[in-house]
Design a protein around this ligand. Structure first.
Ligand code: HEM
Length: 250
């Protein structure tokens, strides 16, 4: 078990690091030939920074489009942030002061996290048009996150695990050592699913988090008149779509 989890977590960490780097590079290099900011859009760079901040912190466009998804989505993401911040202690010998400070109330974050996730899952079953477009992976991702949260909460409340041993184990892994693994069935379930989450994250729709920052409809300045962009360069052939069946344009 010691070696199995060590190899699993080293592998999962490598996949999420390289996978994210690869995906972000791909986003970064994607051409955005047209000005397509969703209006009303900011006309200055600082305005765009503010818009992105509102989007990343408050989920502004989701708020405008659907209040229910916004409530559940925001609840889940904000609680997840607290839960993950609380988890820093498993990777530090002497946790940072703020990590210690948030522990007492951070432990309640599991509840809104699970309520948010359950709401998002219920919506996929109950709302006809959402059920119609939901694929198995949409359900599986939510069920995976719920199981991670629930197994964590059960460990916190009823089936206590030796968290000092968990801390020693993960600090060991960070230094490429393999300390004894504090085996317990809930911890095994929790960690197997966390490893799975790390591996699928860069290649699934969960990647929408970094994707928001590369969304041209949000990150462009509304200055098409001052700085018009060209759809394609003059000396290049037009995109295939713009060519009809006889090879003529228009
Ligand atoms: C290597 C990474 C992780 C380790 C070592 C770990 C370990 C643990 C442990 C030992 C507990 C029980 C805490 C206690 O007894 O007080 C716990 C709780 C919990 N974990 Fe994790 N976990 C990891 C990653 C995650 C991730 C990625 C999530 C969310 C997606 C998560 C969600 C939770 C939740 C919601 C709880 C219950 C609330 C809390 O105690 O903060 N864990 N985790």
């Amino acid at each position: 078990m010691d070696l199995f989890f060590a190899v699993t977590f080293w592998f999962a960490t490598a996949v999420i690091t390289l996978g994210l780097a690869y995906k972000i590079r791909q986003y970064w290099r994607s051409e955005t030939p047209l000005k397509i900011p969703v209006t009303p859009a900011p006309t200055t760079a600082s305005g765009v920074v503010l818009r992105m901040l509102r989007e990343a912190v408050l989920f502004e466009s989701l708020f405008k489009s659907n209040k229910w998804i916004w409530i559940f989505g925001w609840m889940f993401h904000f609680s997840l942030l607290l839960v993950l911040a609380r988890h820093f202690r498993y990777f530090q010998d002497q946790p940072w002061a703020w990590v210690t400070l948030i522990q007492p109330f951070g432990k309640y974050a599991a509840y809104p996290m699970l309520i948010g996730l359950s709401g998002l899952l219920l919506r996929r079953f109950v709302v006809d048009r959402v059920r119609y477009i939901s694929s198995p992976s949409d359900y599986l991702m939510l069920i995976m996150l719920i199981t991670i949260g629930l197994s964590g909460l059960l460990m916190q409340l009823f089936f206590r695990t030796d968290i000092i041993a968990v801390q020693n184990y993960f600090i060991g892994l960070v230094g490429f050592e393999i300390p004894p693994f504090p085996s317990s069935s809930l911890l095994i379930l929790h960690l197997l699913l966390v490893a799975l989450l790390l591996v699928v994250f860069p290649f699934s729709k969960l990647l929408h988090a970094p994707g928001v920052f590369f969304s041209p409809t949000l990150n462009q300045i509304d200055n098409a008149r001052e700085q018009p962009q060209q759809a394609f360069k003059f000396n290049q052939p037009p995109p295939v779509d713009a060519t009809d069946s006889r090879g003529k344009h228009g």
